[in-house]
Design a protein around this ligand. Sequence first.
Ligand SMILES: *[C@@H]1O[C@H](CO)[C@@H](O)[C@H](O)[C@H]1NC(C)=O
Ligand SMILES: *[C@@H]1O[C@H](CO)[C@@H](O)[C@H](O)[C@H]1NC(C)=O
Length: 276
Amino acid sequence: MRWIQALLLSSVLLLESVTALKYEVSGTRKGVPIPKEQIKFAPYQFGRSKNNSPGLVPPATRKKRANPISSSANWCGAVNHTPTTNKIKSIHSFWQVPGCTKRTGHTYPQAAAVWTGIDGNSWPSALLQSGTVCKIDTATSATRHEAWWQWVPDTAFTITTMPLAVGDWIEVTINTTSDTAATIKFDNVDQDEQVIITVTSGPTLARKDADWVVERPYYGSSLAGFAKFDTTWFEDAYAVRTTGANLGILGATQYQIPSLCNSTEYDNLNAVSWSL
Ligand SMILES: *[C@@H]1O[C@H](CO)[C@@H](O)[C@H](O)[C@H]1NC(C)=O
Ligand SMILES: *[C@@H]1O[C@H](CO)[C@@H](O)[C@H](O)[C@H]1NC(C)=O
């Protein structure tokens, strides 16, 4: 695996302190183990892509609740916090791969990434995250959907072998075993394919931020154009903590990117991000 600085998905990158990640992979396809050599990653990057038409019907509007709202340059979603005396052990969410369309007036390439992860908000020096991204190609305007994972400040990887179509239900679970070790499970529930990545040497997490986010990613050092995305529900959005109740959506901060997207909560397990 090459370690190059490709597109990084976080707002909080510290490029100078890249560590050597050590990880193992396994996976199943329709319940059958996938030989390791058939699970492939590539450095995350924009590039030529095949067409994948949008068309997901947004779910019905649900009522608004009362979480505080905050603005961000690139995050649109719910971020909740736990004290470091009661760390996050794991984070979980389902969502459906949203269809994406070009946003008039934004530069190319355009992208919108959906992910769940730990830290990167009140703990800016590391962020462990996995999700999906739609990317609209500079040359052809074709839209591509990809699965990816990243332990910031290390680079992002596309799981190039993971099938992904608009509307597929995705389940991401990230279990930490320490501040520097974790297991990421990316499961395409609809296509019955899952990949498990076990990282043993990640950048140090605080495990105090729980994130369910649609992101305007960076392209190099600037923000990419932000594709319009179908309304995205984070279902069963919870973080398991060392003690006591799980951390959910209630009391989270709802981030919005002014005039581009917003987010709101539905209940303690469900939140929604809207493209404007
Ligand atoms: C994460 O932890 C939960 C609870 O212990 C377990 O059921 C699940 O299989 C774990 N997932 C991974 C990917 O390790
Ligand atoms: C977010 O935008 C959607 C679509 O325009 C709108 O229906 C919704 O009320 C907005 N929600 C918030 C919390 O601003």
